[in-house]
Unconditional design. Structure first.
Ligand code: MLC
Ligand code: AMP
Length: 494
């Protein structure tokens, strides 16, 4: 059991090669033994602040190595790490605080938001702040936690209402990263260009955990910048990104066969990669992007093969140990090869349920333990999964999820608004962009200003249109597909 724990990854490297590089960032290089020391001292500060195993530690902090120390320190001492998108507004945070009841809330600075419940400390990207203004607890042996113990909680929104806290266990984190190391052939010699945020599954678990599990290294960039990423090709081996990374790289002249040659692997996920992007990238660099499919609740489900055919427009077969099937969304009956239905997943990667929502959790699992993803797709004769669409009303913009319902509720609460419909419209940079179609006397400007304080920037509509009425079907339901189709080319000229 003890060997099947994420903290073992760290101990495994420090036992044999303590001076191996963990990451390089703006502050310089950090070795694995330095990482271990930082994780231990951060864990002892958490304990000194009164944080106990099982307590939630919420953090809304800019990306830095100290965020990784905090995450791993939570794992070390058994707290549940709760990372929050830095774009979340005060009202979004109020909900998370009330729902998760964290013992501790950490931000970059003291200024904007002080929640009523938890202790509030600061931790900056330079590793300063009130978090360290405490005498660390005396050194102690690491406690061995059971694999099913909660390790992290990540909020995902829902089609019907408020965000849900997806509970991920130590076993989820461990099995997922171990699977990816093997599937994607990671070794200690790899260097990952890490340009994703670390408040989501992709940047925190798929990227960071896989590197840790392989005992490999990262170039840890504060954010995605195509120039900085291309600069790193010469000294790196792998990039993980959302499709927007690849479309932005493609619009860069410095992306060539030569510049990309030192890299062994480009991975894409979190949103559909257009087949044309896949093909354009191959034509330009001679390398095929490896697309995979995952979800906050399930970590990674499928992946195109490392060796073998990477098929554009598919997300590849189920990863080893993961079962993926397609079923009729209504009846749950299994469908045959190439039939389109709901994608369902089972395996050690699948989460333990939604925080404090047992009924919601139960309704999203089949009796035999398969999780209903809400994605629509099919499995072809070679076992490759094709994602055809979404059963859930969800927009994915630049790899970030937006639930239209949440945006509609914010708009509908404004004066001069009768009703609204929010849809995702094809966008050349973000894949999809948020557009609001509103009935009422309010102006687009007033609506944009009215929701600015309640919704994170990435959820706010790029365009607000005022119309006389929304199209409805005979049942009175708003026809979002009609609204979407009429706007297919809205962003083409951008
Ligand atoms: C930024 N903006 C966005 C946005 N990102 N709007 C919509 N969608 C997004 N994703 C806003 C900014 O606030 C800004 O607003 C304007 O758009 C232009 O910003 P930018 O400078 O172009 O954006 P940038 O900072 O470069 O960010 C774009 C990005 C970033 C694609 C690099 O969004 C990103 O790193 N996305 C990755 C998200 C991610 O990690 N997803 C994984 C989820 S886990 P203004 O005010 O200037 O108009 C998951 C599971 C799985 O899904 O399978 O992996
Ligand atoms: P999240 O809730 O942020 O974890 O987003 C998970 C959702 O992202 C999935 O349910 C899919 O709809 C979508 N997704 C992730 N990877 C892919 C992919 N490679 N292709 C298409 N959709 C994807």
């Amino acid at each position: 059991m003890t060997n099947q724990d994420p903290i073992r990854w760290l101990e495994r490297v420090t036992a044999v090669d303590p001076n191996r590089r963990w990451l390089t960032d703006d502050l310089g290089t950090e070795t694995y033994s330095e990482l271990e020391r930082s994780v231990l001292s951060t864990a002892h500060c958490l304990i000194a602040h009164g944080v106990a195993p099982g307590d939630r530690v919420a953090a809304q902090i800019e990306k830095s190595r100290f965020g990784l120390h905090l995450y791993l320190a939570c794992l070390w001492m058994g707290a549940v790490y709760l990372p929050l998108n830095t774009g979340y507004t005060r009202s979004e945070l109020d909900y998370f605080m009330a729902n998760a009841e964290p013992a501790l809330f950490i931000t970059d600075d003291d200024a904007p938001y002080a929640p009523a419940g938890p202790m509030h400390l600061t931790l900056t990207v330079k590793g300063e702040g009130r978090f360290f203004a405490v005498e660390p607890a005396p050194n102690q042996q690491r406690t061995l936690f059971a694999p099913e113990t909660l390790a992290a909680m990540l909020y995902t929104s829902g089609t019907t209402g408020k965000p849900k806290g997806a509970m991920l266990t130590r076993a989820n984190l461990f099995s997922s990263a171990e699977t990816l190391v093997a599937a994607w052939h990671f070794t200690a010699d790899d260097v990952l260009i890490h340009a994703l945020p670390i408040f989501h599954v992709h940047g925190l678990f798929v990227a960071t955990n896989t590197i840790l599990a392989a005992g490999a290294s990262m170039d840890f960039l504060a954010k995605f910048d195509p120039d900085a990423v291309i600069d790193r090709f010469a000294t790196s081996t792998c990039l993980m990104g959302v499709p927007t990374f690849y479309t932005r790289l493609l619009s860069h002249q410095r992306l060539t066969k030569d510049s990309a040659a030192p890299m062994r692997l480009f991975i894409s996920g979190s949103a559909p990669l257009l087949a044309e992007t896949h093909k354009a990238f191959e034509a330009r660099t001679g390398q095929m992007i490896l697309e995979r499919y995952g979800m906050t609740e399930t970590m990674m489900n499928t992946s195109n093969p490392y060796e073998g055919r990477r098929v554009a427009g598919t997300v590849g077969p189920a990863l080893p140990g993961v079962s993926v099937r397609v079923a009729d969304p209504e009846t749950g009956n299994l469908l045959a090869t190439n039939e389109i239905g709901g994608i369902e997943v089972k395996g050690p990667n699948v989460f333990a349920g939604y925080w404090l929502m047992p009924e919601k959790t139960a309704s999203e699992f089949r009796a035999d333990g398969f999780f209903i993803t809400g994605d629509l797709g099919k499995i072809d004769e070679l076992g490759y999964v094709h994602i055809i669409g979404r059963g859930k009303d969800l927009i994915i913009s630049g790899g970030l999820n937006i639930y239209p319902k949440e945006v509609e509720e914010a708009i509908d609460a404004l004066p001069g608004v009768e009703e609204s419909a929010v849809v995702g419209v094809p966008h050349p940079d973000f894949g999809e962009a948020v557009v609001a179609i509103v009935v009422g006397t309010a102006t687009p400007e007033a609506i944009k200003a009215g929701i600015a304080a309640t919704l994170a920037r990435f959820k706010q509509p790029r365009i607000v249109e005022i119309v006389d009425a929304l199209p409805r079907n005979t049942m009175g339901k708003v026809q979002k597909s009609v609204l979407r189709e009429a706007r297919e080319n809205l962003f083409n000229s951008e």
